[in-house]
Ligand binder design. Structure first.
Ligand code: ATP
Ligand code: MG
Length: 317
């Protein structure tokens, strides 16, 4: 599927659908390293398949957006500092082309070949839960609501439409399935069985807090954060730490707030800054049997442009 890069000082250990993980080359095979290099590729996945071709510069845009959000959540947005997995400060600079991630102070750690698309992070004990928060009704949530009036088993008021705002954001965790298996929605009680009552409550409360703060920030920039997914891990001191990518257009649904307010059809209301463009094209051109077809250049370009626009909008001064 992917050929790991030969990165000086680092050894490849894992490739997910989108990211490649490396550990310091001197790390013994079975030891957990203190640090890892997370490299975001341009790969795009939908319906659990990695598609071809990739989205130009997607890895750089997602990494830059993650770094910006980590900084907001560390307190730049005025809230309390949320611990994150960055092992060193990553430098964001604003140039003529908008925000860029130059990683200046990490030159010695981040190989040239992946500057801009890599983060040096603490290696955490990852929690086996995908912490999903939904502020709006759409996607699989909308499909379930139409059937049963619930989303992941949580009852909601009647009369809601596709794309509507929920009365309160809801926490709908999923079990993070091992490689190759589907993630599975689970009730809150199951997360208590998996990680214990205290940690389960901590994951839920942190997720809802981060969603609320991020949604408020996005709203100030004319963007709706419809839903998102967080991953957390425990650091060596047992501190619950925000990991992985955060609030990117891969892990979240983002819509244009003006279009949402004035639109009349679901398509007009949910003008997305995420890979919905890819999902929609694929749903119309593939019956989910066999290998998915190649994405046309026009879809790749439109998606890249929307990812870039989201970054520009959110990070505009
Ligand atoms: P998917 O494509 O569904 O997201 P995935 O999550 O397995 O699949 P990637 O997101 O491409 O794949 O890879 C990132 C991997 O790194 C994830 O398994 C994630 O849990 C893990 N990870 C992220 N941050 C850390 C960290 N600080 N310590 C340890 N593992 C981490
Ligand atoms: Mg992932």
């Amino acid at each position: 599927m992917t050929t790991p890069l030969d990165l000086h000082g680092w050894r490849h250990v894992y490739s997910g659908k989108v990211r490649d993980l490396y550990v310091p080359a001197e790390t013994p095979e079975s030891a957990r390293p203190a640090r890892m290099l997370v490299v975001a590729s341009d790969r795009v996945s939908a319906f659990d398949h990695v598609l071809a071709p990739g989205i130009t510069e997607k890895g750089v845009l997602l990494t830059t957006l993650s770094l910006w959000w980590f900084d907001q959540l560390a307190g730049a947005d005025g809230g309390r500092g949320i611990p994150n997995h960055l092992a060193a400060s990553h430098v964001l600079t604003r140039g003529e082309d908008g925000l860029a991630n130059t990683a200046d102070d990490l030159k010695s750690l981040i190989p040239d070949a992946v500057v801009g698309r890599a983060m040096v992070v603490k290696s955490l004990g990852m929690q086996p839960i995908e912490c999903v928060v939904r502020g709006y009704l759409t996607g699989s949530g909308w499909a379930e609501y139409r059937e049963s009036g619930t989303v992941c088993g949580i009852p909601l008021p009647t009369g809601l439409d596709n794309g509507d705002r929920l009365p309160e954001p809801i926490y709908t965790p999923a079990w993070k399935a091992p490689m190759g298996q589907h993630d599975e929605n689970i009730p809150y009680e199951r997360t208590v069985e998996l990680v214990g009552a205290d940690r389960a409550a901590e994951l839920r409360d942190l997720s809802l807090e981060i969603y609320r703060r991020a949604a408020a920030t996005a709203e100030r920039h004319g963007v709706i954060l419809a839903d998102t997914k967080f991953e957390f891990g425990l650091d060596d001191d047992g501190v619950m730490t925000l990991a992985d990518e955060v609030l990117t257009s891969d892990s979240s649904r983002y819509w244009d707030a003006a279009a949402w307010a004035s639109g009349t059809t679901p398509e007009e209301r949910m003008a997305s800054f995420d890979k919905q463009i890819v999902r929609d094209w694929l749903a119309a051109h593939w019956d989910k049997q066999g290998e998915p077809p190649a994405l046309p250049a026009e879809i790749v370009e439109r998606t890249a442009a929307r990812y870039r626009e989201l970054l520009d909008r959110l990070t505009a001064a």
